[in-house]
Design a protein around this ligand. Structure first.
Ligand code: PEP
Ligand code: MG
Length: 670
């Protein structure tokens, strides 16, 4: 029963049978006679079709389209017929016959000279490689939940196999900050790496136990240890469920949101206690297919996530392709330093059509939920300007097409030291910041997040990284926009404490960590309240800059007479209106002139202007929606005081401490 030392990328206990992803072994293939080869070809083709059809059931629209394209190739008589002939007449082995058939089909396709058809050729070759590997026994998918093992894995392999089939991951090459590790963390999958010569030590179906504390893996332990391991796995599952039940009821000032990579992961997130989706890594939609997903497929995925969140914020990041997130169909020229090359927003800016179709899909999905757009890898202000222009262009195109859409708020990821240094300028134009600590650590400390053996140099709690986070947070709050952290640091108990103490407004973590992080945030907030001698009740702050007007002097008897509750007026110096308390938005007037919040242990109404319900929304813009959690000082509404005056109304803002038991929506929307 050997135990090998490894390193931990994602902590946790996992046990199960190994499913070893073997390298392409077609080179070692020993062909039999033509009858045998023909039979192998037929078996592999039938198996391939069975898997494709089964996989389609659970696939999202993007995945289903890719699968359909592969089934089409399999059904093409030119393809399989030609392979059968090559086996019979030229006595080729089945893998070579498939390769040759693919090339012949490609030659025919190439004659058409059209770009689309050329792309189809790539599909045919890719598909043939898969079929050949299946014949040679190199491309398999597990039939039961397993420990996925391989010399090296890619993010695409994880999503293709499906996280529900993966109990744990073990690789030779890896790192805790790689995207495979991020994905594993996202799905709550324990991940060990660094096992030298893995394929010699671990064989298919070996029983493995990934040791959560000792950084080791047990291979084929005795029966008794296996029984213990299975029981422990069950206990962990039950404990997780219990923790989740406890956590979902806890209210924290810090919003606790989820990071997802596939639209279906949004299903049930509100019930699991997510205040929203803080990061939807849209690029995963782009990685597995033979071509980019269409606008329609993307729209389907984004809308699905937004609808599943039922009004809660759904922050969708524009594709962060490049570096280790490789899309085979996107021919990015070979780069010496891909992490410093064409990745993230740069890909979007270089491949405009691709970007525009993504933006159109996002704008369309925004009509069905509380979608926000987030852009990765921003380093310069002009990049944000270009994105905002592209969003405008996308909206004009949708207008022409007569589509239903909404322009969502746009925020930037703070992932480069450059973005931190220009944060005050970015905060003028962005509606929120989200700090990507994985990349911010990589670029601040100059340590490649994918590199092996660099763990001790790659510390997201390094003073330099924490100062960067504090600087960006300060810059955002100075402009009254919220700051989230969606990198791995947010899900780490010590990291969460540092971040809450710095004052970030949101932690966005893998769905598997939601409960633990919410419990932790509540603990930290309580101990901070004790340290400062204040309870969590923070008092009510003025919702706008301007001159205060005592209740008795408000020129409206409804307010001055205290009909709704105790109140105060503000003659606004500008049109920006901020949350007077941290809490949950309970009502947003349909006419956009009033928002009420439950926070500070009471119900607070912010009413912009007197009698402005009659303006029917003209001159108002609301930035929050019902059910959303906001932080004190966060921008919640905007109004145009000049326009309101010009229409003959008084733009005075009234903050009302609603009387106990008064929850008449009619009065509030006064
Ligand atoms: C990050 O860099 O912290 C982040 C959240 O983005 P990703 O890990 O997808 O690069
Ligand atoms: Mg990043």
């Amino acid at each position: 029963m050997p135990r090998y030392e490894c390193r931990t990328a994602q902590k946790g206990f996992a046990a199960g049978k190994a499913f070893v992803i073997r390298p392409d072994r077609t080179g070692e293939y020993r062909p039999g006679d033509p009858v045998e080869e023909a039979a192998r070809l037929e078996t592999a083709a039938t198996e391939m079709k069975r898997r494709l059809t089964a996989g389609k059931k659970d696939a999202d629209p993007a995945g289903a389209a890719v699968i359909d394209a592969e089934i089409l190739i399999l059904d093409d008589e030119n393809f399989l017929g030609s392979a059968r002939r090559a086996i019979r007449e030229e006595r080729l082995g089945a893998p070579d016959a498939v390769k040759q058939a693919a090339e012949k089909l490609c030659e025919k396709l190439m004659e058409s000279g059209q770009d689309y058809i050329r792309q189809r050729c790539e599909d045919v070759r890719g598909f043939a490689a898969g079929l050949t590997a299946l014949i040679a026994g190199g491309l398999e998918v597990p039939s039961e939940p397993c420990i996925l093992a391989g010399s090296e894995l890619s993010p695409g392999q994880i999503t293709m196999i499906g996280p529900e089939m993966i109990r744990g991951i073990l690789t030779e090459i890896g790192s805790p900050t790689s995207h495979v590790s991020v994905l594993a963390g996202n799905y709550g999958i324990p991940y060990l790496y660094g096992l030298e010569n893995l394929t010699e030590k671990v064989r298919q179906q070996d029983y493995l136990i990934l040791d959560p504390d000792g950084d080791g893996v047990w291979v084929n332990p005795p029966e008794e240890k296996i029984r213990e391991a299975e029981a422990r796995q069950e206990e962990i599952r039950e404990a997780r469920e219990k923790q989740q039940k406890q956590a979902t009821g806890k209210v924290t000032r810090t919003r606790i949101c989820a990071n997802i990579s596939r639209a279906e992961e949004a299903d049930g997130l509100p019930e699991k206690g997510a205040d929203g989706i803080g990061l939807f890594r849209s690029e995963l939609l782009f990685l597995n297919g033979a071509e980019a997903p269409s606008e329609e497929e993307q729209f389907g995925a984004y809308r699905h996530a937004a609808e599943a969140m039922a009004g809660r914020e759904t922050v969708i990041r524009t594709m962060d392709i490049g570096s280790d997130k490789h899309a085979a169909w996107l021919k990015i020229p070979e780069e010496i330093n891909p992490a410093l090359g064409l990745r993230g927003l740069r890909v979007s800016l270089e491949y405009r059509e691709l970007f525009r179709s993504q933006l159109r899909a996002m704008l369309r999905a925004a009509a069905y939920g509380n979608v926000r757009i987030m852009i990765p890898m921003v380093a310069s202000e002009w990049e944000l300007d270009e994105v905002l222009k592209e969003i405008q262009t996308a909206s004009e195109e949708l207008e022409r097409r007569g589509e239903k859409f909404r322009i969502p708020e746009t925020g930037v990821m703070i992932e480069t030291p450059a973005a931190v240094m220009i944060a005050p300028a970015l905060a003028e134009k962005a509606r929120f910041f989200s700090i990507g600590t994985n990349d911010l650590t990589q670029y601040t400390l100059a340590v490649d997040r994918e590199a092996r053996g660099m763990e001790r140099y790659s510390n997201p709690m390094h003073e330099a990284v924490l100062r960067m986070i504090a600087l960006a947070t300060e810059a955002a709050h100075a402009k009254h926009i919220p700051v989230a952290v969606c990198g791995e640091l947010a899900g780490n108990p010590e990291g969460a404490e540092q971040l809450i103490r710095i004052g970030v407004d949101e932690l966005s973590v893998s769905p598997a960590k939601l409960a633990a992080v919410r419990n932790r945030a509540a603990e930290i907030e309580d101990s901070m309240a004790q340290e400062t001698g204040k309870d969590r009740n923070e008092g009510i702050r003025s919702p706008a800059e301007g001159e205060l007007v005592p209740m008795a002097e408000i020129p409206d008897p409804v307010f001055s007479g205290g009909v709704m509750g105790e109140c105060v007026g503000v003659i606004p110096a500008n049109g920006k209106i901020y949350a007077p308390v941290s809490g949950t938005v309970t009502t947003v007037a349909a006419t956009g002139h009033a928002v009420s919040l439950r926070g500070n242990g009471e119900e607070i109404l912010v009413h912009a202007g007197l009698d402005t319900v009659r303006l029917k929304g003209e001159g108002f813009r609301v930035h929050v929606s019902e059910g959303e959690h906001v932080k004190q000082g966060q921008l919640i509404m905007e109004m145009d005081p000049e326009l309101i005056r010009a229409r003959g109304f008084n733009p005075m803002i009234i903050v009302v401490r609603m009387s106990q038991g008064d929850d008449s929506g009619e009065k509030r929307n006064n």
